[in-house]
Design a protein around this ligand. Structure first.
Ligand SMILES: N[C@H](CCC[C@H](N)C(=O)O)C(=O)O
Length: 280
């Protein structure tokens, strides 16, 4: 099976083109788990399919490392846009990508060699509150307060197509993400689970960012999480509308234009290869 490994700020996925490979629905979740395994597979945060769409120029489907399918993926959609342009699936620099939660608009910036290294995406509008993220508790003006072992964690509930719990903490860089993240991801009041961000504003236009992703755990970057965090910070009056988000894997430029969230960042190809997927 022809595969391509790409990443955005170290948030890597294994990409398979449905224009070139025929995949059965029942093999997608096990394939995502298999390719993500760094020892027996290739090593990534999950699997992304690039394919035809009836409602947009191309379609992206994203599966986390645990095989669960997500509604959107910011780093993923930038890499899908790069792949679609470089492989001639689209012949324009501004086009649409269908994701599970809707349609996003991508703008690729090809270099003189025709390769795309940076992509801008209009990720649409954030939605706030319990119903936006499937929280079964009572939110307080869009925030949830969870008791984890006697410690109260407050987070803003934000959907960017997929669900996020954005917690403003004293120092994101030293926060115990591996201990607290999974407890929130799998809290019983989030029956669909949730992505968990721990963020610290460094002035009005910079944000330190760490993430525990639903279905993948700690990743080097989360594009939808960065968008959700800036939207939450603007709503709380903590951030300006144009923010540089500092993630483990590098920086994303996020800008709220009206109610729409614009994200700009890298998209990098690591390798293309032939994956020995045992066709059942
Ligand atoms: N773990 C996420 C999907 C991947 C999002 C992230 N990698 C990004 O770049 O937005 C979820 O289950 O909603």
């Amino acid at each position: 099976m022809k595969v391509t490994k790409m990443h955005g700020l170290g948030n890597s996925y294994i990409y398979v083109s449905e224009f070139e490979e025929q995949l059965r629905e029942e093999e997608l979740a096990p394939l995502a788990v298999a390719v993500s395994d760094v020892r027996k597979g290739i090593g990534s945060d999950g699997l992304i399919l690039i394919g035809p769409s009836r409602v947009a120029d191309v379609r992206m489907r994203i599966f986390n490392a645990d095989g669960s399918e997500a509604e959107n993926c910011g780093n993923g959609v930038r890499c899908v846009a790069k792949y679609a342009y470089e492989h001639g699936y689209v012949h324009k620099t501004h086009f649409t990508v269908e994701v599970k939660s809707g349609i996003v608009e991508a703008f690729v910036h090809p270099d003189a060699d025709g390769l795309v290294r940076t992509v801008t995406v209009d990720m649409g509008q954030a939605r706030f509150g319990a119903s936006a993220v499937g929280y079964t508790g009572q939110d307080e003006d869009g925030d949830a307060v969870l008791d984890i072992d006697g410690v109260a964690y407050r987070g803003t509930l934000v959907s960017v197509g997929n669900p996020h719990f954005v917690s403003f903490v004293a120092d994101a860089a030293s926060f115990p993400v591996a201990e607290v993240g999974p407890r929130i991801e799998r809290h019983p009041d989030f029956p669909q689970r949730i992505n968990v961000e721990f963020v610290t504003p460094r002035g009005p236009s910079e944000l330190d960012f760490r993430v525990w992703e639903r279905g993948s755990g700690i990743t080097f970057a989360c594009g939808t999480g960065a968008c959700a965090s800036v939207a939450a910070g603007v709503r709380k009056g903590l951030l300006d509308r144009r923010v540089t988000v500092h993630l483990l894997g590098g920086d994303l430029e996020i800008e709220l234009q009206g109610e729409r969230i614009w994200m700009t960042g890298e998209a990098v190809t690591v390798l293309t290869g032939d994956y020995a997927w045992p066709r059942g």
